[in-house]
Design a protein around this ligand. Structure first.
Ligand code: TXA
Ligand code: MG
Length: 323
């Protein structure tokens, strides 16, 4: 059985982590599935619980920049970004220190390590109490929609993990931006909660990933988790909807065309922050409601590509990709 722990039970959650158990916890982006990153068996159990087909490197979560830079080698750019954006939805890929304590499996054997300081008070309390780096992918079964509530975690992983720490709904709603600083340049590996434009205001130009289809075709992905089909509801997804049919479930952004079998509004006022926060819950709801009503697909309206819109469109394109 999976325990549902409240904010008062952070110490208990931390004790479970230290004992090598898996504990899901809230972050400002999505819920993470945490394991003690120094414990190879606990890290292996993360891949098993998620049903991940291969060892995709995990992000190490720590309570502050000093803890992140105790395991990695930061340069001036990494320090500047940490100052500006941590705690917050930015993950930095940096060289591992020779004395890095994080188990190699957590980094999938790479010479680099992804680190981030999450901006959720319960996540920070848990990291301080556990006093260890915590490896945590999103707390969903592999390929499925990321969880933004404790109930979403239980729906996917209940019975497979020791506990979920309940911190309510996540307020950013899309995962962290992943930035690779390890290879000399600066490369965006995943658009996310910190817009790339805001990163460029601190460190200058950042290389953008190839468009999804091209990246898949040429197999130039540096970030193995960026598989094309991901975040996938069970119903097929159609992008760029302007009209909608009665047998479709509509993911709306702003004023919605009439006639859909079911509608989830991301943001009536076309506010990208509100839309990001409501994205994964909406995909889950439309999928369940659409199947209940016998609808055939989810139709998603276009979202502008700037700022958080880049992260939203990235998740929608993956949800719509061929499986
Ligand atoms: O917001 C988030 O980042 C959430 C919360 C829980 O913190 N976590 C999350 O983890 O989204 P996950 O495992 O679903 O995605 C981690 C991404 C993957 O695309 C993975 O390939 C990439 O980060 N990554 C991790 N370590 C890496 C490394 N050393 N080099 C390149 N990419 C790495
Ligand atoms: Mg994920």
């Amino acid at each position: 059985m999976t325990l549902l722990l409240t904010a008062h039970e952070v110490e208990r959650a931390a004790a479970l982590l230290r004992a090598g158990e898996l504990v899901a916890f809230p972050t400002e982006t999505v819920y993470g599935l945490g394991a003690d990153a120094r414990n190879g068996r606990a890290v292996a159990a993360v891949f098993e619980a998620k049903g991940r087909p291969h060892f995709n490197p995990l992000i190490c979560h720590v309570a502050d920049a000093a803890a992140a830079f105790a395991e990695t080698v930061p340069d001036a750019r990494a320090r500047a970004l940490a100052d500006r954006f941590w705690p917050g939805p930015l993950t930095l890929v940096l060289p591992r220190r020779p004395d890095c304590r994080v188990d190699l499996l957590a980094g999938a054997g790479l010479e680099t390590l992804a680190v981030r300081v999450p901006a959720h008070p319960l996540a920070l309390a848990l990291l301080r109490a556990a006093a260890t780096p915590v490896a945590a992918p999103s707390a969903n079964r592999s390929g499925q929609v990321s969880p933004t509530t404790a109930q979403h975690v239980l729906d996917g992983l209940g019975g497979r993990i020791a506990a979920v720490l309940d911190g309510g709904a996540c307020d950013v709603g899309v995962e962290s931006t992943v930035l690779d600083l390890a290879a000399g340049g600066a490369a965006l590996l995943r658009p996310g909660g910190v817009p790339v434009e805001a990163i460029e205001a601190v460190i200058g130009p950042v290389a953008r990933p190839l468009p999804l289809a091209a990246a898949e075709a040429t197999r130039t992905l540096r970030s193995p988790g960026m598989m094309l089909s991901h975040y996938a509801p069970s119903l097929p997804v159609r992008l760029g909807a302007r009209e909608v049919a009665a047998d479709e479930a509509l993911l709306a952004f702003g004023p919605a065309p009439p006639g859909a079998g079911a509608v989830w509004q991301l943001s009536e006022s076309r506010d990208l922050r509100e839309a990001a926060a409501r994205l994964f819950a909406g995909l889950r709801w439309l999928d369940a409601e659409g199947r209940r009503l016998g609808l055939v697909r989810i139709a998603a309206m276009l979202v502008p590509a700037e700022g958080l819109g880049a992260a939203i469109n990235d998740r929608l394109q993956r949800a719509a990709a061929p499986r």
